[in-house]
Ligand binder design. Structure first.
Ligand code: ADP
Ligand code: ADP
Ligand code: ZN
Length: 214
């Protein structure tokens, strides 16, 4: 099962992708997580990516596409995967389509988690991320058991720099310009499904399961 998650920053792609990965035993592949892990390790890729992420802009396709194509070629991705945050541009979608075509494969489901811009601002302001393992929480909607502390690894929770309001506006603009056209792209490919991402986390997941198991 090859699934891609579409939706604005903060729509809940990561939250749902984790649940899908757990339920169906496939890897969750997040380009944002890969860039942040690289930054933490101080790699050249991480340092390059940071200059774009800090401004709320997209990391160039040249730095992104090969990385994902390599990752989905790994052994653990043989039975499928859920891609979270990739593709984000038409050239990225083409790169994915071409890599899959070359092996006689295709994306099975493109799940668009639909949340209006008004709701996104609140989502992002309340998002907290673990400095240790990258797990994501929300102050109101998905709080950790102990305030400020990650349930998974016990490390500190922070507001990501790029979740500050001054950057979120730009990320939304970039989303509408560069990523939203993918809704049309995957509609034409016959694999697009939309879920109402304003519902609570468990209800959104129920709807996604309904789509994947239809
Ligand atoms: P969110 O889940 O809130 O949308 P991500 O963790 O997916 O945030 O991405 C954080 C940042 O990493 C993006 O704003 C962008 O700068 C960069 N990024 C992540 N995925 C991609 C991608 N596929 N192409 C280009 N840049 C990306
Ligand atoms: P994305 O990966 O699309 O950027 P996340 O999954 O990180 O989005 O979710 C953004 C924030 O909103 C997080 O703090 C998360 O806990 C919270 N969140 C996710 N889904 C919902 C939901 N259905 N209702 C309320 N808050 C949510
Ligand atoms: Zn953690």
């Amino acid at each position: 099962m090859k699934i891609i998650m579409l939706g604005a920053p903060g729509a809940g792609k990561g939250t749902q992708a984790k649940k899908i990965a757990e339920a169906y035993g496939i890897p969750h592949i997040s380009t944002g997580d890969i860039f942040r892990a690289n930054l933490k390790e101080g790699t050249e890729l991480g340092l390059k990516a940071k200059t774009y992420m800090d401004k709320g802009e997209l990391v160039p396709d040249e730095l992104t596409c090969d990385l994902v194509v390599d990752r989905i070629s790994k052994d653990d991705a043989k039975n499928g995967y859920v891609l979270d945050g990739f593709p984000r541009t038409i050239p990225q979608a083409d790169a994915l389509t071409n890599a899959l075509n070359a092996r006689g494969e295709k994306v099975d489901f493109a799940v668009d988690v639909d949340v209006p811009d008004e709701n996104i601002i609140n989502r992002m302001g309340g998002r907290r991320a673990c400095v240790g393992c990258g797990a994501t929480y929300h102050l109101m909607f998905a709080p950790p058991k102990k305030e400020g502390i990650c349930d998974v690894c016990g490390k500190e929770l922070i507001l990501r720099d790029d979740d500050k309001p001054e950057t979120v506006g730009n990320r939304l603009r970039v989303y509408h310009e560069q990523t939203q056209p993918l809704i049309d792209y995957y509609t034409k490919a016959g694999v697009l499904h939309t879920v109402d991402g304003t519902q609570d986390i468990d209800k959104v997941f129920e709807d996604i399961k309904g789509i994947l198991e239809a």
